[in-house]
Design a protein around this ligand. Structure first.
Ligand code: PA5
Length: 417
């Protein structure tokens, strides 16, 4: 269960968060105010037994046939799988010796060196490709997929290449759907009523998790549990954000106190930025990893312009590590011998909160507890519901992204497409 802590607003806001307005928006959302866009509110229904079997069989085949899985996608189609993988397996997943394949990400930029780096990692190694795109026509994804598909055909021939591609896309429409049908490629569905940034709990994020050895059902169970019992906490977060925005806090710095949440932080930025920033309004979503970024952004937060608030996200990974005895008292840290790093981390959350509040920065706390597939599923659902509610309170459509489309049009024009 995710807990929202608003004690870090005390003395730093003039009025109270409008919980009644947030509750009204939440209930409208649940009652289907955005039917056609709200499939993510029913993660368990979309992820039924048949899909679970298909996804797990696909994951098992990839593990069997490949040393590497390349996941090609951008926006929600790249950040979702990456956020889930890094949170559960740590960003160092690929450095550790594991039974499951290495998992590399591509197709999230137009960088030749970045793509060439991934290609070079495939030399002498068997690989499969999971291309993820709801629309099927996103430039970065389509460009990278061409490169990897050509490589597959060169190495394994037409039939072999076909067997090593998994297309995750809309079940009915789009260029990638048509390509998959025409070429007999295996595919997994992104439900038509689930947009990119809300799709982490569909095959978009779940196939990668399954390939890494995690059970997708556990993420789904956590999300369902959050929906069943997390209404109050989600709407408190949404209402607090909107109250702070009304009081001139136009930047939210979402700080995760755990480096393995770095990709989730990127996912969070997309979720809130694309859903909320419209019509000349909206909270600018910025992200940080603490304590790392306290050594770069800390000064700015403590003493810079007072136009921001922070959200501190806490998760507790299972790993334990105690500091060894040292015996050289010069740095004054000897009393820490035998103490667990996670306890130091917990102390840091409180210390940073007090310091930043004293500097005039309101702090919202979001505590997800022990980091498990269930709590990760709950955290994703918590942010998704709070985001939709917050956008509704602000009076914008949470599920479109007209601003993103404008640059895409220009880019296609510039390329003569
Ligand atoms: O949230 C969204 O819908 C977008 O930001 C998409 O995630 C992003 O543009 C990628 O789109 P697609 O999955 O169609 O390739």
């Amino acid at each position: 269960m995710i807990i929202t802590d608003l004690s870090g607003l005390e003395g730093l806001i003039g009025g109270q968060p409008d919980l009644a307005q947030a509750a009204g928006a939440y209930d409208k959302l649940m009652a289907g105010a955005y039917a056609g866009y709200d499939g993510w509110l029913r993660p368990g229904r979309a992820y039924d037994g048949a899909l679970d079997r298909r996804l797990k069989d696909t994951a098992a085949e990839i593990r069997e046939s490949s040393d590497v899985l390349v996941v090609v996608g951008v926006g929600g189609s790249g950040l979702g799988p990456r956020a889930v993988l890094d949170a559960l397996c740590s960003p160092d997943y690929n450095l550790k010796k594991k039974a499951s394949p290495n998992i590399y990400f591509a197709g999230d930029s137009l960088s030749a060196p970045e793509l060439a780096d991934v290609v070079s990692l495939l030399e002498d190694r068997d690989f499969s490709v999971n291309v993820v795109s709801k629309s099927g026509s996103t430039l970065e994804t389509a460009a990278a997929f061409r490169v990897f598909y050509s490589l597959l055909r060169e190495r394994y021939g037409d039939g072999g290449a076909r067997a090593r591609v998994i297309v995750t896309t809309d079940p009915e429409k789009g260029a990638l759907r048509a390509f998959a049908e025409e070429n007999g490629l295996r595919s997994l569905p992104i439900p038509p009523d689930v947009g990119g940034r809300f799709s982490a709990l569909t095959p978009v994020g779940l196939l990668t998790a399954a390939v890494a050895g995690e059970d997708p059902c556990r993420l789904i169970a956590g999300a369902e549990e959050q929906l069943a019992s997390g209404r109050e906490e989600a709407l408190r977060y949404a209402a607090a954000r909107q109250r702070l925005y009304a009081e001139g806090k136009s930047i939210e710095l979402c700080a995760f106190f755990e480096p393995r949440m770095r990709s989730l932080c990127e996912w969070w930025k997309q979720l809130f930025g694309e859903s909320e920033c419209k019509n000349g309004r909206g909270i600018f979503p910025a992200g940080a990893i603490y304590t790392t970024d306290l050594h770069s952004l800390g000064q700015c937060v403590q003493e810079g312009e007072r136009n921001l608030f922070e959200t501190f996200v806490r998760v507790t990974p299972g790993e334990r590590l105690a500091l060894p005895a040292w015996g050289y008292p010069g740095d004054g840290l000897d009393p820490l011998a035998g103490r667990e790093l996670s306890l130091l981390g917990g102390a840091a959350v409180e210390a940073v909160k007090r310091a930043h509040m004293a500097g005039g920065v309101p702090v919202i706390g979001v505590d997800a507890g022990a980091l498990t597939p269930e709590s990760l599923g709950a955290l994703l659902m918590f942010f998704e519901t709070a985001c939709a509610v917050s956008a509704m309170m602000q009076g914008v459509h949470p599920f479109d992204q007209p601003g993103v489309e404008a640059y895409k049009r220009n880019l296609r024009g510039a390329l003569g497409l």
